[in-house]
Design a protein around this ligand. Structure first.
Ligand code: KG4
Ligand code: ZN
Length: 347
């Protein structure tokens, strides 16, 4: 890690502006002494017609959104640029072209305003979203981080000390939701549509083979292929199969994915003896997963922490929260620091 010329000196009021631009949401937030004052998210609808995020279109949309989003975050927080103590950006992981927009903008602000620069790990930030409001998990806790790009079981020892105990070896669970939804003809991103349909469906009607990986690892690419074959086979016999059975298909698929997630989470809790359990990332908005976790909590005497809905999917509030801890630890970056599309838990 590079440290800039700035050394840590705690002023009375710490105001940090943070930007998130790792994928297809442009977001800016302001945090004051650890309390979020504003959190603006501009989502990009341009990708819907392509059935997935188109990297080049994402970085162009970030360029259009970043100035108004930052202005709105500062004005909602009632903070002028001259009142800022530091600025932060998402360093990775994510799409390089998207990350570069946030990084370049924030680095130029750091240079122009002579402010310390902070670079945040996106996955760490999803986990630290749990510290924005109460109740907060006690250390050490286990966090199942489930998003469109990642599926990880993380042991969180402190705000800035985290260990990945297991992770997917191929697709992320959010990707499995989205790809299967696409096969059903649902819009992108399909995770929330599957979730909604599943609420009215019978989850025991169909079964899909869950891939079991060794240790605390996951694999979600097999279920996508099994799902494609299942749909094709049934559509050959009945062309309207999906339309007539969509709720049961969604509920059965969702239930299989949730069971796969929970099996390894139970193993992690048992192996570590930790009963403080959290979930984070876009898929933590899934109602089926949230309900299943509450049931597990009763069964295994866990304390379960579910993020507020607004902090599940990508947002800059979680980047600001993480930046605040990094600020206190004096973890500043040099202005030459680049984003890192493959960043893997920098701690
Ligand atoms: O964390 P996130 O906003 O972006 C990444 O860092 O990837 O996660 C986006 C993922 C998408 O795959 C989306 O389908 C999924 O989160 N997602 C859901 C739900 N809401 C968002 N998946 C299942 N059920 C939901 N309710
Ligand atoms: Zn994310």
């Amino acid at each position: 890690m590079n440290y800039s010329r700035h050394t840590f000196k705690e002023p009375a009021t710490v105001n940090i502006l943070a930007v998130e631009s790792s994928c297809d949401d442009t977001s800016a937030a302001v945090i004051q002494n650890g309390k979020i004052l504003s959190n603006i998210v501009a989502s990009q609808s341009v990708h819907e017609k392509y059935g997935g995020v188109v990297p080049e279109l994402a970085s162009r949309a970030h360029q259009q959104n970043i100035v108004p989003v930052i202005h709105q975050a500062l004005s909602e927080a009632n903070i002028a640029k001259s009142m800022l103590t530091a600025v932060a950006f998402t360093r990775g992981p994510g799409l390089l072209g998207s990350l570069l927009v946030g990084a370049s903008f924030i680095k130029s602000m750091a240079y122009a305003l002579d402010l310390p620069l902070l670079g945040v790990d996106h996955m760490q930030a999803h986990i630290l979203a749990h510290f924005i409001d109460d109740p907060q998990p006690q250390f050490p806790f286990i966090c199942l981080t489930v998003s469109g790009g990642h599926t990880q079981i993380v042991k969180v020892n402190s705000h800035l000390d985290m260990e990945v105990l297991g992770e997917t070896q191929d697709d992320a669970v959010g990707e499995a939701f989205d790809k299967c939804a696409k096969l059903m003809g649902l819009p992108y991103p399909g995770g929330p549509y599957i979730d909604q349909l599943a609420q009215a469906g019978n989850s025991e009607r169909f079964s899909f083979p869950a891939t079991r990986m060794p240790d605390l690892h996951y694999s979600f690419s097999g279920i996508k292929t099994a799902f494609l074959n299942f749909l094709k086979k049934n559509e050959r016999m009945s062309p309207d199969f999906i339309e007539e059975n969509k709720a049961d298909i969604a509920a059965s698929l969702q239930s299989t994915l949730i069971q796969m997630l929970l099996e390894k989470l139970r193993m992690a809790a048992q192996e570590t003896g930790i009963k403080e359990i959290a979930i984070a990332g876009g898929v933590s908005a899934n109602k089926g997963l949230r309900n299943a976790l509450k049931e597990e909590a009763e069964k295994y005497d866990w304390n379960v922490y579910l993020p507020k809905m607004e902090y599940c999917t990508d947002n800059a509030a979680m980047i600001a929260m993480t930046a605040y801890y990094q600020y206190q630890a004096g973890k500043f970056l040099d202005l030459r620091a680049d984003p890192d599309a493959r960043l893997h838990f920098m701690g």
